[in-house]
Design a protein around this ligand. Structure first.
Ligand SMILES: Cc1cc2nc3c(=O)[nH]c(=O)nc-3n(C[C@H](O)[C@H](O)[C@H](O)COP(=O)(O)OP(=O)(O)OC[C@H]3O[C@@H](n4cnc5c(N)ncnc54)[C@H](O)[C@@H]3O)c2cc1C
Length: 410
């Protein structure tokens, strides 16, 4: 089956935040569930629990607004092209919701199916991506296809294809707006009765008889039996509050946005040079341009790495020569929340009943936030997930050596 081109207009919605407008508000005395973290995951978990009828939910976010952690930095990419069954299944649930967000939430997600184009340089990459294609096709994604160099040159004429031997293209991969989706989950959770509190930091968790008893915050204590850690890259700090090791590492990632570049159309595919990890895609009238720094060391680093920006520019100009004339309009730095196998943790911690984790999406979490909230609501309320089997994404897999490696991440 061939690949289709898509020509929908892309627009990125402006930031608008929901959250408490009463910064001096005290926390409630009790909650059935406390969700820690107000990024896309916390908002989705709160919404999906509220949609299942849980009434007394409190989400706590320490920043002034929701979505100020990694969610703020997400480049908006959404894709089906993964290398593992579970990641593809999380996309198969999430992307149709993102596509039809208006029907579900009354606001557009800004979904723009420009397609993801992976550029491959050697036989090893080709073999891996052909295996991925077979898996993707077996799960019904028959429109993801192999492209030879000529076809890539036709679709991406401004890209220098030196060293590229072929690639894969997923026409329904594309872009959407992380902030809109996060705010919509939170607003709907609130409408269903959840409390969404900003500027409240969780400082400790008290447990009694091996079960959550209370969450301590800078504004008081909330008695609760159930805690969901959606603290992204900061989840290890939450785990330490109950002596649990959560193996998530913060890794700085940065990209820049150029001034308008009319030579690159707004429906140009999200293009990734897999060997170098250099990528670019349209953003408004300009481009988002980025690359992963494989020499980056763990840490909560949020300043621009200027030396690495120069390295990114060199790769960028080599692959897309017209970028030599582009100006950088702005730069974004954020944290990938990386686990040892690049898959999230979606489970209750066996050593701490009542303590759940939805974190560690390793740089591709925003696109899976609809499914993550849904499966967590099932795990919490039904004891296991039914929408997608995520039982292999438990916390214990790391200690027990049951890693589920995703290789299609940069
Ligand atoms: C540069 C970059 C580009 C990316 N591009 C994409 C992309 O194109 N597509 C995609 O799908 N994903 C992308 N990602 C990944 C995506 O942003 C993350 O996977 C996702 O946002 C994780 O959401 P989260 O809710 O788990 O974490 P976060 O958004 O980090 O939310 C965690 C929240 O917990 C809060 N918190 C922490 N500790 C406490 C505490 N003690 N008390 C109260 N609150 C607390 C934090 O303030 C934070 O707001 C990108 C990430 C980066 C850095």
């Amino acid at each position: 089956m061939g690949c289709r081109d898509s020509k929908k207009d892309f627009f990125r919605l402006t930031f608008s935040f929901t959250g408490s407008i009463f910064p001096d508000a005290m926390v409630p005395k009790t909650a059935d569930v406390v969700v820690i973290g107000g990024g896309c995951m916390g908002a989705s978990v709160a919404y999906h629990l509220a949609a299942r009828g849980v009434k007394n939910i409190t989400l706590l976010e320490r920043e002034k607004f929701l979505g100020m952690g990694s969610t703020r930095a997400a480049a908006g990419g959404v894709r089906y092209q993964f290398s593992t069954r579970v990641n593809i299944q999380l996309s198969l649930y999430s992307l149709p919701i993102i596509e039809h967000f208006q029907d579900h939430f009354g606001t557009s997600s800004g979904y723009h199916p420009i397609g993801y184009l992976f550029l491959l340089s050697d036989a090893r990459e080709v073999a891996a991506f052909k295996r991925n294609l077979a898996l993707q096709h077996s799960l019904g994604l028959n429109d993801i296809c192999w492209l030879d160099r000529d076809e890539i040159a036709r679709r991406a004429p401004r890209v220098n294809l030196d060293g590229i031997v072929g690639g894969t293209f997923g026409p329904r991969d594309g872009l959407a707006d992380p902030n809109t989706i996060t705010q919509a989950f939170a607003a709907r959770a609130k409408a269903l009765g959840a409390r969404i509190e900003t500027e409240i930091a969780v400082t400790g968790i008290r447990r009694e008889n091996n079960r959550d008893a209370a969450v301590h915050t800078n504004r008081g204590e909330i008695a609760t039996r159930t805690v969901v850690c959606c603290a992204g890259a900061w989840s290890p700090e939450i785990g330490r509050m109950i002596d649990i090791e959560i193996p998530i590492v913060p890794m700085r990632r940065q990209f820049f946005i150029t001034d308008p570049l009319p030579q690159i159309p707004s429906d140009h595919p999200f293009t990734i040079d897999f060997a170098s990890s250099f990528y670019f895609h349209p953003e408004g009238a300009g481009l988002i341009v980025g690359m992963s720094n494989h020499d980056e060391t763990p840490g909560y680093k949020l300043a621009v790495d200027e030396a690495f920006r120069e390295k990114t520019l060199e790769h960028a100009i080599q692959r897309v020569p017209l970028l030599a004339d582009a100006k950088i309009a702005s730069e974004i730095v954020g944290l990938y929340e990386v686990t040892p196998d690049a898959h999230p943790i979606l489970s209750e911690a066996k050593a701490a009943p009542g303590f759940y984790i939805a974190a560690g999406f390793s740089g591709h979490g925003f696109m899976h936030s609809p499914a993550a909230g849904k499966v967590m609501s099932e795990i919490i309320l039904d004891g296991k997930s039914s929408t997608v089997d995520v039982s292999m994404l438990d916390l214990e897999r790391f200690a027990e050596g049951r890693l589920v490696q995703e290789v299609n991440v940069v």
